[in-house]
Structure formats: structure tokens, C-alpha cells
Design a protein around this ligand. Structure first.
Ligand code: ADP
Length: 499
């Protein structure tokens, strides 16, 4: 075939058509650059009660299997040590199959193979080892209550956890949900995003191989308004965890409330400020601001999508941010050296393109990018807008694409106020050499995570979640355990005289 993908990553307003980077793929001439030429899709059926089965309307069947595995065991009744060992064995299997898994994740999602292999698969294994470490350390307290009573609290699993995950980090979202739920002894029905069903089934198989009993982890794919809604409103699901858009978050919260009032944790959208003060290391700030926005094709809920830069360093910053975006290499995610693959699907692609048009129409300055790359697939030029104002749509809405918006500010109070003037509150970045500025701003920002002179540092032990309409509850770390535990107080009179 002739090259269907001839990419030219160049700025629209700035390079005058000079073809700086041209990438080809899909041709035999590029074969030596391909890291993984073939992908094996082995598991495409739903995993229910320990078996792969054809899809039907399966939420009831999956919930039934999870219910039985919870009520009759063996999972919640196994010793903590045994449960922990299964999770550790699973992490080993993830590492053993890391290449197939990384290839499948890239095939399914479009993110670079390099990222899948070096970041996401290791983080998946790490997260399960982290939660395996908690399994035998979850326990209640004895309580010094008034009166002649022995009072203790039991920390029990909630029961059947329903989990709905998005498409931008299929395996990591799987890990953030399944890790703590299993550690606490729950059983699970997890629904993957309709765009990315493949890797969850693969790791589901690895869990069976690791010794997880049938029915403990059931995995279904399906669309949101049908399969997702059925899970959220199911009377026999005891807890719901959701990651996705704020609009859908509101829907599932309503479904949970209107069915059995199951508790809900929500991890939703964001419009995170990335604030660069005049004393920051500008080159480092430019690189991290670029990373904060463009990582994962810009499809991150915590993307640093409002880059606030102090007026004294603004011009220098914009020039360097544009130069960096122009160097970004877009193309076949399986090829070495590629930094950016395609957007997930046509819906998201069209949405991002609409926001780019909106930026141009509202008179932000398009520094570079702004167009589709080629005419096949959903590749978008790394795009940078400067002179962005707070009231523009591109500064208010979550774009979820490779579009950086740079805004100018004058002083600390002003930037704190403007950074907080959003319905979201997921994350923020602060770049400064002053400890006082860093401390003051991190305390003033209404966001679940503040990264100081760094960004997107994720670790199994660091909690993540949102203020305001970015959600409620925290995932990862010790905090996520609370989402999956019931606390029972047991009060027993002491028959001997008070001491
Ligand atoms: P996006 O618009 O980026 O696809 P969503 O929030 O709609 O984000 O999707 C995240 C997850 O929520 C997916 O697994 C999707 O299937 C699911 N979902 C979408 N709509 C609903 C709904 N009405 N009820 C339950 N789940 C839903």
C-alpha cells in the first residue's frame, strides 16, 4: 500500500509550510522502526464467574456472580495473607506479560507503546503490590467508651463493588479501582469504557491464573447509558466507583441515589492551572508545562490546561512553549521516538477541533498547530494558544486534547483568585524557587493535588481526587481503603465491676 499516513507536524502560523518533521508509517520502509509489529487479541468475551462468556445483557448475571462470591465466599473469608499472595502473584504475571499487555493497551487506545511499556504496566504492577501490602493491615480499633462496655470497631468489606472506568488510562483506572476493592475483601463488577475493552479482559485472565476465585472479579464491556446505568442503579450493588466526565458523574450519582443509595466515589473532569512565577526555572517550567498538557494526547483529567505565566517572563515562555510544541513528534504510536498518537475516537477528535476553532474565533493567538494531521485517523497538531483570557471557552472547558492555553498574570493574589475561579478542582502546578510562594499558593489553591516544581507525579501511595465538581473521595494510597470498607461498632457489656 502507498503510505496512508504521511504526517507533517508543523505550525500553521509560524513555519510557512516548511516540512520540518515528516513521519511515515504503515509502509514496509518503516518496518525497522516498529517496536511491536503484531498484536494478539486473545480475550474478547466477558469474564463472569470465572468463565469467558458471550455478551448478552449481562449486568444482572455479573452482579449475581459477585454477590454469590461475596456472600458465600471464599474471597472475604480467606485469610488476609492468602488474598495478599494472590494479588502479589497477579503483579508478577503482569510483569511477565508486560510486552503483550503494553502492545494491547496501545492498540486499543492509541497511546504510545513507549508510555504503555515504561509507565503504565509498571504502575499497574506497583499498585497491586502496594495494595497487597495493605490486605493484612486493615483492622479496627478498641474504643474507650464511657460506661462498663467493651467497644470495638470491625472494618468490613462493603460487598459488591460496581466500578465504571474511562478510556484514557484503561489499565491504570482498572488498578485504581480493583486494587483497593480487593484488598478490603470486596467482590467486583467492573465495566470498561466502550472504546477500550481489551486489556481488562487480558488482566482478568491473569487474575484467574493467579488464583483469584471465580466471581470475585467480573468484567463487562458495554455502553454507558445501558450497561453502565444498569450497574449504577442495581439494587444488589453495594458501592459504586466512577471515573469519567462531570456530566456523566452527575447521572450515575442520581442513579445510585434513586436506587439503593449506594455510596459513590467520583473522579471527574478538571481544568488544572499550571502557574509559572517570574523566579521559576523557565526552561524546566516550559518542558513540564508541555508535558502537563500534551501527555497522553492531552487526554488527562488532570492536564495542566490553563498555563498562567507571570508577565515578566511571559514572552520568553510563550516563545519557548511554541518551539517545544513544534518539536513534538506525532505519529504511529508503535514507533520509536513518537511522543503523540491519535485521539481516541472521532467524537473526541471533533470536540477538540471545535475548541480549537472556538479559540481562534475568540481571538486568542494561535501560536502553532490548529489542524488535523493528514486526513486519516485522529491525529491533531500540537496546538498552542497565547493571549488566552479567563472568559474564553478554551480557558473554561475541559478540552481533553493537545491544546495548550497560555494566560498572563501580574501578582500572586490575582493568580490565586483566577486559578480558583473554575468549577473544577482536580490538580494544579506551581513553579517558583521561593518556598514562601510555593507554600502560600499550594495552601490557597482549591485542588486535590498540587505539584510544586513537578507535574503528574503519580505513585500508588499518593492520594488523588478532586475538590468541587472534579468529584469526591480519593483514590490510591491509604485513603482509597475507606471507599471500600464498612465500619461496624460492636458494643458488649462487661459483667465484672467497673475498674
Ligand atoms: P466520555 O464522554 O469521555 O466517554 P463518560 O464519562 O461518558 O466519558 O464515560 C466514562 C465511563 O462512563 C464509560 O465507561 C462510559 O461507558 C460510562 N458511562 C457513560 N454514560 C453513562 C451512564 N449514563 N451511566 C453509567 N455509565 C455511563
Amino acid at each position: 500500500a502507498s503510505s496512508p499516513f504521511l504526517f507533517r507536524s508543523q505550525g500553521r502560523n509560524c513555519c510557512n509550510g516548511s516540512s520540518r518533521v515528516v513521519r511515515r508509517f504503515g509502509t514496509s520502509s518503516a518496518a525497522e522502526d516498529i517496536i511491536t509489529p503484531s498484536v494478539q487479541v486473545s480475550y474478547t468475551q466477558l469474564l463472569i464467574d470465572g468463565n469467558f462468556v458471550d455478551a448478552a445483557s449481562d449486568i444482572n448475571r455479573a452482579v449475581k456472580a459477585a454477590r454469590k462470591a461475596f456472600d458465600e465466599g471464599p474471597w472475604p473469608k480467606m485469610t488476609a495473607y492468602e488474598r495478599s499472595r494472590i494479588m502479589l502473584r497477579f503483579a508478577d504475571l503482569v510483569e511477565k506479560h508486560s510486552e503483550e499487555l503494553a502492545a494491547l493497551e496501545t492498540w486499543d487506545n492509541g497511546k504510545t507503546y513507549q508510555q504503555s511499556k515504561t509507565a503504565e504496566i509498571p504502575m499497574l504492577a506497583r499498585l497491586f503490590r502496594y495494595y497487597a501490602g495493605w490486605v493484612d493491615k486493615i483492622h479496627g480499633l478498641t474504643v474507650p467508651a464511657d460506661g462498663n462496655y467493651h467497644v470495638q470497631t470491625l472494618h468490613e468489606p462493603i460487598g459488591v463493588a460496581g466500578q465504571i472506568i474511562p478510556w484514557n488510562f484503561p489499565l491504570l483506572m482498572f488498578a485504581w479501582k480493583v486494587g483497593p476493592a480487593l484488598a478490603c475483601g470486596n467482590t467486583i463488577v467492573l465495566k470498561t469504557a466502550e472504546q477500550t475493552p481489551l486489556t481488562a479482559f487480558y488482566v482478568g485472565k491473569l487474575f484467574l491464573e493467579a488464583g483469584l476465585p471465580p466471581g470475585v472479579l467480573n468484567i463487562v464491556s458495554g455502553f454507558g447509558p445501558t450497561a453502565g446505568a444498569s450497574l449504577a442503579s442495581h439494587m444488589d450493588v453495594d458501592k459504586l466507583a466512577f471515573t469519567g466526565s462531570t456530566d456523566t458523574g452527575k447521572v450515575v450519582l442520581g442513579l445510585a441515589a434513586n436506587s439503593n443509595l449506594k455510596p459513590v466515589t467520583l473522579e471527574l473532569g478538571g481544568k488544572s492551572p499550571f502557574i509559572v512565577f517570574e523566579d521559576a526555572d523557565i526552561n524546566k517550567a516550559v518542558e513540564l508545562a508541555h508535558f502537563a498538557l500534551f501527555f497522553n494526547q492531552g487526554q488527562c483529567c488532570c492536564a495542566g490546561s490553563r498555563t498562567y505565566v507571570h508577565e515578566k517572563v511571559y514572552d520568553e515562555f510563550v516563545e519557548k512553549a511554541k518551539a517545544r510544541a513544534l518539536k513534538r513528534v506525532v505519529g504511529d504510536p508503535f514507533k520509536k521516538g513518537i511522543e503523540q498518537g491519535p485521539q481516541i475516537d472521532s467524537k473526541q477528535f471533533e470536540k477538540v477541533m471545535r475548541y480549537i476553532r472556538s479559540g481562534v474565533e475568540s481571538n486568542a493567538t494561535l501560536e502553532c498547530g490548529g489542524d488535523q494531521i493528514g486526513n486519516k485517523g485522529y491525529f491533531i497538531q500540537p496546538t498552542v494558544f497565547s493571549n488566552v483570557k479567563d472568559d474564553m471557552l478554551i480557558a473554561q472547558d475541559e478540552i481533553f486534547g493537545p491544546v495548550q492555553s497560555i494566560l498572563k498574570f501580574r501578582d500572586v493574589d490575582e493568580v490565586i483568585r483566577r486559578a480558583n475561579e473554575t468549577r473544577y478542582g482536580l490538580a494544579a502546578g506551581v513553579f517558583t524557587k521561593s518556598l514562601d510562594t510555593a507554600n502560600r499558593v499550594s495552601r490557597a489553591l482549591k485542588a486535590g493535588t498540587v505539584w510544586v516544581n513537578c507535574f503528574d507525579v503519580f505513585d500508588a501511595a499518593i492520594p488523588f481526587g478532586g475538590y468541587k465538581m472534579s468529584g469526591n473521595g480519593r483514590e490510591k494510597g491509604i485513603y482509597s481503603l475507606n471507599n471500600y470498607l464498612q465500619v461496624k461498632a460492636v458494643v458488649t457489656p462487661l459483667n465484672n465491676p467497673a475498674w
